[in-house]
Design a binder for this molecule. Structure first.
Ligand SMILES: *[C@@H]1O[C@H](CO)[C@@H](O)[C@H](O)[C@H]1NC(C)=O
Ligand SMILES: *[C@@H]1O[C@H](CO)[C@@H](O)[C@H](O)[C@H]1NC(C)=O
Ligand SMILES: *[C@@H]1O[C@H](CO)[C@@H](O)[C@H](O)[C@H]1NC(C)=O
Ligand SMILES: *[C@@H]1O[C@H](CO)[C@@H](O)[C@H](O)[C@H]1NC(C)=O
Ligand SMILES: *[C@@H]1O[C@H](CO)[C@@H](O)[C@H](O)[C@H]1NC(C)=O
Length: 735
């Protein structure tokens, strides 16, 4: 939209209120106000207008899923004037000046039966590709959500771009790791970079706002007296509001609209999923070693099931989603044997297909791949191996992925789940079957990918028995995805990308309508000679016992990083954490049910249950695990004690009946390895279950390499011999 044109066009906003029951609109010649059930949302005056429109020229630069998004704003015009057509429903026309003609039409809809209250952009004049809306804010207001936000649970004071991408390495521009990652390939990230960003927030003024757009948007919470939401493109679609008397009511409303997650398969309650690789024999040996040390195992996850290929970086997973009998001999007969023993086998898939694989060729022949502007398959270089992307905007391509890969290659083989990886890298200059623009579909893609997985499982008749887990997400994932994980944490204690970051990442996702999450036990990314220590692995493990589910990952450099099998001491300690998780099964199950039925997340910010305590609103490294457990994970190295803030309630320390509190105070409690600071509510119906956790003892062995093991000679020999074999067979791999 050129500058000169705008002087001749007017801006009209039409507000139609179809019921005065919920939206309350009052106005005079210069001001108008919109409230919902007493919560003031819009306050328009000539000095502080509600709506701005304009145009901008964006640039999206990036590689490997890291984006640098810039905007050159050409126009930004406040819509100051308005006209009211005082009928039922009321129409309100906003104009820049009454002589102009530029048309923006918004209709406000109250759907009392569906409990939906939304504004709808009915049309925008040509040329407008930016909309800015301002909502009423108060100085001491807090806001939460925005998808999975790893740095800030309370988003007030910051601006959050909503654009799906890699979460970044380090995620803090003042952190050395981030600096090095930026130097390396621009992958350092920042406080807002995440696999799951979402234009949704819950306010401490007890309303939620959700924006139904799929284009790039921004939630800007920096101003004292307004929140500004920016939406790109020419169809900002709907914006939803909902009020309630509590956060729980708000989340019920939000998940009522966005969808709720199903109950996960019950077999996850039987212990941890072990992330291992290296072939059938190695897999069976790991399971044996785990069970010999008392580790409760519910599944084994082999991401290299489709085999490996060699690049100059080393051996990488072969992205051709079918069982490789060379890599995993007899897997088809081993799977049912393991299932008999209560151990499920899980694999790995993503939307990409390696050009060297048979499935790529099938997809090319059927014309199922995303194209580039010259009509050829769009090839993405994932670091010396080249892949096409299945075009899920083509219903036949989605059906093919479901039939050929999910049902035939995975479900028919007997596997019980997979990491449904990626979803962030969708190139914006690609050409899609549906005709969608890359910038319009980029954010939505993870939800579409989740839908393909979900439908594949449903069509295969396996809902309730299959676990697929995703890191990428967006509006819509609530309805389709059956589990999330927190992505690729760096193997350290950095606040923005280390062990701590999984906590706000999970809590903010819960405030965005997705209430189940888990993480790679031990973290994932090891770079710049930083490697996972035993302490870090075990701090992750003790926290994982107080989450929805447990799963280990060997990380991107398995042989350089501490693993569950790196020492007998680690295995015995880890065994105890899996036993704690299993002992909590009934409680976990009932908590997950609250998420499934009511949208109350499994891990909850403290303010969900203690909203009158102003101090809890800025606590983001403690959480409620269900209604009755308050968890304060140790997120620093070498700590023997830890400070825990307790809101007013009757609390008992999980590990020592003598440490109690009536709350409203910070207590310093012992926090040796293996004893994560947890309090339970004394009146909990589960109090005895919690007390019994004290009796779960680890077998005592001296920390150190397997050689120092004293308790079991035979498995010592096996462990060290086996470790050598692992070092020889497993090479570092990124994906
Ligand atoms: C409209 O109401 C506001 C207060 O809500 C007042 O400040 C303003 O002067 C009024 N404008 C007119 C034209 O009456
Ligand atoms: C879980 O473990 C128990 C006890 O080992 C076993 O009886 C049960 O069958 C297992 N459940 C599943 C779903 O594997
Ligand atoms: C499209 O991809 C093909 C290979 O698949 C390549 O040869 C061609 O140059 C690409 N075209 C564009 C415009 O990038
Ligand atoms: C999708 O498959 C159906 C049935 O095989 C076929 O009739 C239709 O033409 C296909 N559509 C496309 C776009 O390939
Ligand atoms: C989970 O809860 C449901 C009912 O709410 C029950 O049928 C099921 O047995 C429970 N499972 C476990 C493992 O506790």
């Amino acid at each position: 939209m050129a500058v000169h044109q705008l002087h001749y066009i007017a801006v009209v906003v039409v507000l139609i209120v179809s019921s005065s029951h919920a939206f309350d609109i009052s106005y005079n010649a210069t001001h108008f106000y919109v409230s919902l059930n007493g919560v003031e949302l819009i306050r328009h005056s000539p000095e502080e207008p509600f709506l701005y429109v304009g145009s901008g020229i964006p640039t999206f630069e990036g590689q490997f899923g890291n984006y640098d998004v810039e905007d050159f704003v050409e126009e930004r015009i406040a819509l100051i004037d308005f006209l009211v057509d005082d009928q039922d429903p009321i129409s309100v026309h906003f104009t820049l000046s009454r002589l102009d003609m530029l048309q923006v039409e918004i209709r406000f809809v109250t759907d009392v039966d569906g409990s939906l209250y939304y504004g709808e952009f009915v049309s925008l004049s040509d040329g407008i590709n930016r909309v800015w809306m301002r909502l009423v804010a108060e100085e001491d207001e807090h806001v939460f959500g925005g998808g999975s936000q790893f740095s800030h649970l309370n988003m007030r004071g910051k601006k959050f771009p909503i654009w799906i991408q890699e979460q970044g390495v380090g995620r803090d521009k003042n952190y050395e790791i981030t600096f090095k990652a930026d130097q390396r390939d621009g992958g350092g990230g920042d406080y807002y970079t995440t696999y799951w960003a979402q234009p949704t927030f819950v306010s401490s003024r007890l309303y939620y706002a959700h924006f139904d757009t799929t284009t790039y948007s921004e939630l800007d919470f920096r101003a004292d007296d307004f929140h500004e939401i920016q939406i790109w493109g020419n169809s900002p679609s709907q914006f939803h509001f909902f009020t309630g008397s509590s956060y729980i009511e708000l989340l019920q409303g939000l998940t009522g609209y966005l969808g709720r997650q199903p109950m996960p398969p019950e077999w996850i309650y039987n212990g941890t999923i072990l992330g291992v690789q290296g072939g059938t024999e190695a897999m069976l040996n790991y399971i044996q070693m785990a069970e010999d040390h008392g580790i409760k195992v519910s599944g084994v996850w082999i991401q290299d099931w489709a085999g490996r290929i060699t690049t100059s970086f080393g051996r990488r997973l072969f992205w051709n989603w079918e069982w490789s009998p060379e890599q995993y001999p007899n897997l088809d007969t081993v799977i049912p044997e393991l299932k008999q023993r209560g151990i499920r086998v899980l694999v790995y898939a993503n939307p990409n297909l390696n050009r060297l694989g048979g499935l790529y060729q099938e997809a090319v022949n059927a014309d199922f791949l995303i194209k580039n502007s010259s009509g050829d398959p769009y090839i993405v270089d994932y670091g010396e191996f080249f892949c096409g992307i299945v075009d899920f905007t083509n219903p036949n391509a989605s059906q093919w992925y479901k039939d050929r890969i999910i049902k035939q290659n995975m479900l028919d083989l007997g596997i019980s789940g997979w990491m449904a990886d990626f979803g962030e890298y969708l190139p914006i200059d690609a050409v899609f079957y549906s005709g969608a623009k890359g910038t319009d579909i980029h954010n939505e893609w993870p939800a579409i990918w989740a839908q393909v997985n979900r439908e594949g499982v449903e069509e295969g008749g396996k809902m309730g028995d299959i676990l697929f887990w995703m890191r990428a997400g967006y509006t819509g994932s609530q309805r389709y995805s059956v589990m999330t994980w927190a992505g690729d944490q760096f193997v350290d204690y950095g606040l923005a990308d280390g062990i701590a970051s999984v906590i706000p990442g999970t809590l903010s996702l819960g405030m965005s309508g997705y209430g189940m999450n888990h993480f790679d036990i031990g973290g994932y990314t090891s770079l710049f000679d930083v490697t996972r220590t035993e302490e870090l692995f075990l701090r992750y493990a003790e926290m994982a016992a107080f989450t929805t589910m447990m799963r280990t990952h060997e990380g991107n450099r398995p042989d350089e990083n501490w693993q569950f099998y790196s020492s007998s001491h680690t295995m015995y300690e880890f065994a105890r954490h899996t036993k704690i998780y299993v002992a909590l099964n009934d409680y976990v199950n009932s908590t997950i049910r609250e998420n499934h039925e009511l949208g109350i997340p499994v891990q909850r910010p403290l303010f969900l249950h203690y909203e009158d305590d102003e101090r809890v609103y800025n606590i983001q490294y403690q959480y409620m695990f269900g209604r009755d457990l308050l968890v304060a994970p140790v997120i620093e190295q070498g700590r023997e004690t830890w400070d825990v803030y307790l809101p007013t309630d009757d609390w008992i320390f999980l590990w020592d009946e003598d440490i109690t509190s009536a709350g409203g105070e910070t207590l310093t409690v012992p926090s040796p390895m293996g004893h994560i600071p947890v309090f339970f509510r004394s009146q909990s119906q589960w109090a005895d279950t919690f007390r019994q956790l004290r009796d779960i003892e680890a077998v005592t062995v001296t920390p150190g390499p397997p050689e120092s093991m004293t308790t079991s000679r035979s498995s010592t020999a096996m462990a060290s011999h086996f470790l050598l074999a692992i070092c020889l067979t497993i090479m570092a791999s990124f994906w």
